[in-house]
Design a protein around this ligand. Sequence first.
Ligand SMILES: Cc1cc2nc3c(=O)[nH]c(=O)nc-3n(C[C@H](O)[C@H](O)[C@H](O)COP(=O)(O)OP(=O)(O)OC[C@H]3O[C@@H](n4cnc5c(N)ncnc54)[C@H](O)[C@@H]3O)c2cc1C
Length: 266
Amino acid sequence: MEMIVCIKPVPDPKQAGKMTIDRETGTMIRRDIPSVINPLDRHALEAAVQIRERHGGRVTALSMAPGDALPVLKESLARGADRLVLLSDRRFAGGDTLATAGVIAAAVGHLGTFDLVMCGDETTDSGTAQVSAQVAEFLDVPNIMHVDDCRVSPDGDLRLRSRNEEGAFTAEGQTPMVVSVTADINEPRYVTLMDVLDSEGKEVVVLSADDLPLEESWIGLEGSPTRVLELFEPERKSRAEMLSGTPAEQAAVLADRLRRMGFRNG
Ligand SMILES: Cc1cc2nc3c(=O)[nH]c(=O)nc-3n(C[C@H](O)[C@H](O)[C@H](O)COP(=O)(O)OP(=O)(O)OC[C@H]3O[C@@H](n4cnc5c(N)ncnc54)[C@H](O)[C@@H]3O)c2cc1C
């Protein structure tokens, strides 16, 4: 099975508290926050690697990102991807989800025939959850989101379970398709030092806009029909207070506060 996993570098969600907004430009200030692979994309990668381990094939990690993201993206090779393709060009900068998906789809087409494109359901920085569906639309193949189980049946079809707040459904279909996964699909593997060392000889390909069948008017700001008009931090309406002391002391303080607020026993 020929699989392509879309991975995006995002500011480390564990350090999200450090992220601030430049009030003049209305953009996020990301400096001093290290990047990591978007957490759900690690689950997508693990799902693809497990399919390859059972059924054979190849896993390509694909990212549209600035060149300096390469060291972070190379983690995908240690996680089991066979090769990494980075789409990097200053002309891609400022693209909205449509422009991003257009570039990814052009790269998927450029890389040859594929069976499965796997994405995370959403990212932790922009989190629009639009890219996988848009990539599928550009490639003119089916798209299933919220996938928490993905198997290959003996005849080579895909059997997928998709779950949302309303319930779940199981679908079976022929490849090629684009799916996006939730964190419930698997537990991404622990990466060992040997995995990192083994990944060092793997193929890394960097492609620019000139390598892809793209028109200038489809990419970057020019190819983006949407604009961010305003970016702001939500107003804090409540404040958390941490109680200290033994559990019994904390419970006594809490009971006293509740009594003063008018709550009574019984
Ligand atoms: C109106 C608008 C304007 C924007 N302007 C800018 C801007 O000026 N500068 C800027 O830096 N960003 C900008 N962004 C953010 C940028 O467009 C998004 O980061 C990008 O389109 C991906 O969207 P997302 O993170 O919401 O992806 P989602 O749809 O939430 O991602 C779903 C999945 O798609 C895949 N995916 C998403 N992005 C990539 C990628 N780049 N490479 C590989 N796989 C990917 C991953 O598997 C991911 O889990 C803008 C976004 C919007 C909506």
